[in-house]
Design a protein around this ligand. Structure first.
Ligand code: ACO
Length: 332
């Protein structure tokens, strides 16, 4: 079974409540209809009810079973505004600013997830990554034992000899511009969890650099060496190694020459990039030049799941991100 099919069938087995904050976006409405038809999740749409229903009619999308909530008219609005004020008052939040902020569907949706009125949120079809992530960072925060929220791309590589039958995880390709060694170790741990719980893959984690096992010395290499050490200390059972160059990580012959004795080199299925420039460029090159399918970014390390869409996404993309979010919610 293809990976996305597996994720769909997991999502269907224990339906979760997913809030789609951009409820007045036509692609979101079409996706909501498909999600409920397939039984992937129960859907909550945020926005003006009359506008959502009008758009659904125009799109011939059946959203009868979706819950529609207009944040400012919601009976939860006052409660959320005061809870948000309490959460952020040390950061200079005032009761007035809290009420104003909660009118933003991204903040309202994130509060629903935080306080158990939804199991996960998906947005980003009309908002930027930063706009989606900021409320998640401020309200939901990181999962226990994790210092930073990060993201992973599930890469489906046409050449099945790489990763696990062509499936690999690349991290972090979308969130942390310049992680320090502690943050890099945390990214490795979160990606290991994503590999196990979302993809069903035992992770072999390569901490990537331009050096393999001391072949170059530079402070950028030191960061990766330090991060590998910290990740091993935090999770002694993980199969993780570094610092490794990309070829040593994934090609057996190169691994035998450059990193003999490594339990990861030559067959890594999780690649942890040293910073966002490398990660973002790396996944896009593999996608465009290597013909890989890139599923994501899947956010990881949050205490509850919130996932981002590309602004160019189709309604089918939204359906898949909702299925992923639902499975993440099951795995909490
Ligand atoms: N994990 C957890 N919390 C975080 C993280 C993180 N990775 N980063 C910031 N925070 C927290 C901070 O601690 C702070 O919390 P506080 O207000 O309670 O003190 C809050 O979030 C805001 O922190 P800032 O440093 O002010 O973060 P800012 O809002 O400036 O930036 C952002 C966050 C937007 C996500 C930034 O890291 C960023 O721009 N990342 C790159 C996003 C991007 O452009 N990706 C590439 C495109 S995506 C693609 O190609 C698929």
């Amino acid at each position: 079974m293809e990976l996305m099919e597996k994720i769909w069938s997991k999502a269907k087995a224990d339906k979760k409540r997913i809030v789609l904050a951009e409820g007045t976006e036509p692609r979101v409405i079409e996706a909501a209809s498909k999600i409920m038809k397939e039984g992937l999740a129960d859907i909550i749409l945020l926005g003006d009810e009359a506008e959502i229903k009008k758009l659904a009619k125009e799109k011939n999308a059946d959203i009868e079973s979706a819950k529609i909530i207009n944040p400012t008219l919601s009976k939860k609005f006052d409660e959320y505004a005061s809870k948000f004020y309490e959460l952020r008052k040390k950061k200079g939040m005032t009761p007035e600013k809290a009420r104003e902020t909660l009118k933003n569907v991204l903040y309202f949706g994130t509060m629903m997830v935080k306080f158990g009125d939804a199991d996960g949120m998906v947005a980003g079809s009309i908002n930027t990554t930063g706009d989606l992530l900021r409320p998640a960072f401020q309200i939901i925060k990181t999962a226990p034992g994790i210092s930073v929220v990060s993201s992973t791309f599930i890469m489906i590589i046409p050449n099945k000899q790489y990763g696990k039958d062509g499936v690999m995880l690349f991290a972090d390709c979308a969130v942390n511009p310049d992680p320090d060694s502690d943050e890099l170790a945390s990214i490795a741990l979160s990606t290991a969890k994503t590999a196990k719980t979302l993809v069903g893959m035992e992770p072999n984690i390569a901490m990537l650099s331009f050096s393999t096992k001391g072949s170059a010395s530079h402070e950028l290499v030191d960061k990766v060496v330090e991060a590998t050490k910290k990740a091993k200390e935090l999770a002694p059972d993980l199969n993780i190694d570094g610092e490794l160059q990309a070829d040593a990580a994934i090609v057996e012959k190169v691994a035998a020459l450059k990193a003999p004795g490594s339990t990861v080199a030559g067959h890594a299925n999780v690649l942890v990039f040293p910073d966002l420039q490398a990660g973002n460029i790396g996944y896009k090159l593999v996608q465009r030049l290597g013909g890989a399918q890139a599923i994501g970014p899947v956010n990881q390390g949050l205490a509850k799941p919130v996932n981002d869409l590309s602004r160019g996404c189709s309604s089918d993309d939204i359906v898949n991100v909702v299925a992923i979010t639902a499975v993440q919610a099951q795995n909490l």
